[in-house]
Design a protein around this ligand. Sequence first.
Ligand SMILES: [Fe+2]
Length: 468
Amino acid sequence: MAPVGLKDCKAWQDAGMTLSTTSNEACKLFDATLYQYVTWTNDKTMGGIEGCLKKMKDADPNFVMGHVICNGLELIGTGRSPFIDKEFEKELKVMSDLAKTQPLTERERIHVAALETFAKGNFPKTLDMWEQILQDHPLDLLALKLAHDSYFYLGQQTQMRDSVSRVLPYWTPRTPLSSYVKGMYSFGLLETNFYDQALKVANEALAVDPTDCWSVHTVAHVYEMKADLEGGLSFMKQTENNWKGADMIACHVYWHWALYFIEKGEYEAALTLYDEYIAPKCFASESMLDVVDNSSLLHRLQMEGVDVGKRWDKLVQVTKKRTDDHILIFNDLHFLMSSLGSKNREMTTRLLKSLKELSKCPGENYQHSLIRDLGLPLSQALVEFDSGNYDKVVELMCPVRYKILNIGGSDAQRDVFNQVLIRAAINSNTKSHHNLARSLLIERDVLRPNSPLTERLMRKASAVHTLT
Ligand SMILES: [Fe+2]
C-alpha cells in the first residue's frame, strides 16, 4: 500500500522532524526511501530504493539526511563496511564533511554521529544514540527501524521489543505507516516468547495492510516456534500473493515456508521451494539475509541426510566474495557452512585465519570483540562437525551455548546451531554426551512441543545409544 502523500519540507517540519534542505523533491524522495525500507519492498512506481537515492542526490547533493539514509541502508544491509571498501569509506566521509559545514538540527547531528559510530562497528554505542533521538522524536521512523534491525543483529530481544513499545503510543492510526510500527512491535513480542500477544498485534497490523510482510513474518515465526506446521503451511499458501512482491524479504518468508517442510520430513518439498524461489532470489539480490538463509537451509537439509547435490557449489560463488568481510559473526558462520558444504578448503582456511587475526585486535568493533570467545569456537565446531569429530563439537559448543544469542538473528535462525549440537551429542563417542543429547532434546521438546524433528532426533538417539 503506497503512501498517499510523500512529505515535503513543510510536512517534515510540521511533524517535528525538520530536514535541512530547501528541496521539496529531496524531502519527498527521503520519505519514499524510508517507506520502501520499512515495507521491505522496492516499489517500481517510485523507482526502487536505488532510483530514489539517486534522484535525491541529484535534487540536493548536499542534503545531509539524504546521505544519512543512503549510508544507513548500506550499513544495515551488512554487505558493506568501510574497513574493506574504500569507496564506501569515501561516501561516509562526504556525509561527515557536509555535516560539519551546515547548521543542522540536533536530531540530524545525532543521526550523523550514530552512523559514524555504526561504521566503526560499535553497535551498542550507536544504539544509545538512536534511542536518544527516539526519546525526543518518537516518530523518527529511520531511527526506530535502524535500531530495530540492529538489536536483531545483537540478539538483544528484550531491547528490540521495548524500543518499539516505548514509542508505540505516539503512533496513532492516522500516522502513516503506524501499522508497520505495530508489525515491528509484534516481532519483538515474538522473540521474547509472547507468542499469543505477538500474533494478536501482527493480525491487527495485517487487518490494516495485508501486504505488511514484517507482520506476515511474525505470524510465520509463531507457527514455527509452536511447531504448528499445518497452520504455517496453510497460512503461507493463503497469503503468498500478499508478500511475494516484497523483494527484500520474500526469500526469507519462503525460507520459513521450507522450514515447515523440513520439520515434517518432506525434504523434496523443501528443495522445490529452494530451487524455485529461495536460491534464485538469493542469486539475484546477493543480499546478506538471502545468502545466510540459503546456507542455513542447505545445512539443515544435509544434517537430515538429504543430498543437496551441487547446490553448495553455486552458493559458494556468492559467499567466497565475502570471506574477508567479517561484518557480522552470524554471517561469517553461514559463509563457513557454504565453504564446508562445497569442500572449498581454501575458503575455509582463509576465513578461519582472518577471523583469528581480527580476534587479536578488535578495537571498538563489537562483532570483532566476540570472535575470540564465541566466533572461533563456533567456527571450529562447524569444521569438526563436517569432519565427523562429534566429541570435539560438543566440547566446543557446550560452554558457549547460552552465549550464541549474542551472534544475533532470530530464535528460528539460531536453531541451526542447536541442531548441530544435539546431533553431535547423539553421534559422539563419549558416553556422557549421550545423556547430554537426551537433556537437550527434552529441553527442545518443552520449548517446541510436538516438533516432528525433535521426535525424529529422539528416535535416532534411542537407536544409536541402544547399539553402543
Ligand atoms: Fe525470520
